[in-house]
Write a protein that binds this ligand. Structure first.
Ligand code: KG4
Ligand code: ZN
Length: 342
């Protein structure tokens, strides 16, 4: 069983073909980073136009690389939300057109479910497990009970962790995307040199907040000498990691009240951060869980995770009608109160 997956919800245009025996037959991905870099962040209109320009070609390339035609597919999956709506519409309309023409099931995949299930494409991680999803758009702790069944234990009340890295890098003049730039600069700095707050630390629950940290950093940058950049980057990174670790430790306790999690999984672009991964190893060990960090290619936005979530849904008969409407917001846990980031 082979499924075509499409991802267009943010600044990556991607198509992938995945088989139900966990083989990724082909992947074609185009990052729009260079197009958005002059603006220091993602411009939705530019993103939507770029998806429209490139998606068809990427699908063609992936199909040719895998040596399959539409007749070989069992279904077509596209990110149906949450995300920048112009981009989501491009992916959904394209998947619907292929599905209508080739007579294939259409699967509207929640982008967060794509991230949540991606680990199962590389490893047998049994349900339930705890997921820390940290990217430019999302910052959540989710208890993954089953396909389609999630409990959100925590979310950010303002910025996502990756967004905080990006804004901090901008303040420090380190460019975009900020996470890798901060991590690089931090290597030469002292993480204890600049005092910065740790919002929410020690509080009950598993919610995050990063805007106060960003404001504090702005004040420290204004006072600091130019040569302090490495110390500022190291101190900022340490503060973010302290917050993520504290909230994750709480979430492990909360998850255990309700289920017996088999692992702590980390996903999203911020999972690329080496210092964060090392810290999460400790948090998982203290909580009696193993840490599973999928390869980076699968952590950042990609279409293989959308195809894989499509396969998991298709196996359960969870297909969608062609009347599916793209969703800018689409919480995985409908009972959770709305957060700053869906
Ligand atoms: O998952 P992703 O590629 O895209 C979405 O946001 O959905 O994540 C990108 C985010 C950016 O905010 C970027 O600054 C952050 O991940 N990031 C990092 C690192 N590499 C990427 N943050 C901290 N340390 C890194 N090494
Ligand atoms: Zn994502």
């Amino acid at each position: 069983m082979i499924v075509l997956g499409l991802e267009t919800s943010c600044d990556e245009t991607a198509a992938a073909l995945v088989a139900d025996d966990k083989r990724v037959l082909a992947e074609a991905l185009l990052s729009q980073q260079a197009e958005h870099r002059p603006f220091g962040g993602i411009v939705p209109e530019i993103a939507a136009r770029s998806h429209l320009d490139h998606l068809d070609g990427l699908i063609r390339r992936a199909m040719a690389e895998a040596g399959v035609g539409f007749g070989d597919l069992a279904g077509v999956a596209a990110t149906g939300g949450p995300g920048l709506i112009g981009g989501v519409m491009v992916g959904v309309m394209t998947a619907k057109a292929i599905s209508a023409v080739a007579g294939l099931p259409f699967l509207a995949v929640n982008h967060l479910e794509g991230h949540a299930l991606s680990v199962r494409l590389i490893e047998e991680v049994a349900f339930p497990y705890l997921l820390l999803l940290v990217s430019g758009g999302h910052c959540q702790l989710l208890l993954v009970h089953d396909v389609g069944r999630y409990r959100r234990l925590g979310t950010t009340i303002d910025d996502a962790a990756g967004e905080a890295f990006d804004k901090a890098a901008k303040l420090l003049g380190l460019g975009y995307p900020g996470g890798p730039a901060i991590e690089r600069a931090a290597q030469a700095g002292d993480p204890k040199r600049i005092p910065l707050p740790r919002p929410m630390l020690g509080r009950p629950g598993a919610d995050f907040s990063f805007s106060g940290l960003k404001t504090a950093l702005r004040h420290r940058v204004a006072e600091a000498r130019p040569e302090a950049t490495a110390d500022l980057a190291a101190s900022f990174q340490a503060a973010v990691i302290d917050c993520l670790a504290d909230r994750t430790a709480n979430a492990i306790v909360m998850a255990r009240e309700d289920a017996a999690p088999t692992a702590l999984v980390v996903a999203g672009g911020v999972a690329a951060n080496g210092a964060l991964r090392r810290r999460l190893e400790d948090v998982a060990a203290v909580g009696g869980l193993r840490l599973v960090a999928p390869p980076l290619k699968l952590c950042t936005d990609n279409a293989a995770m959308i195809a894989w979530a499509g396969i998991e849904r298709l196996r359960l008969g969870l297909t969608d009608g062609l009347d599916f409407a793209p969703r800018p917001r689409w919480p995985l846990d409908p009972s959770a109160r709305p957060g700053a980031k869906a």
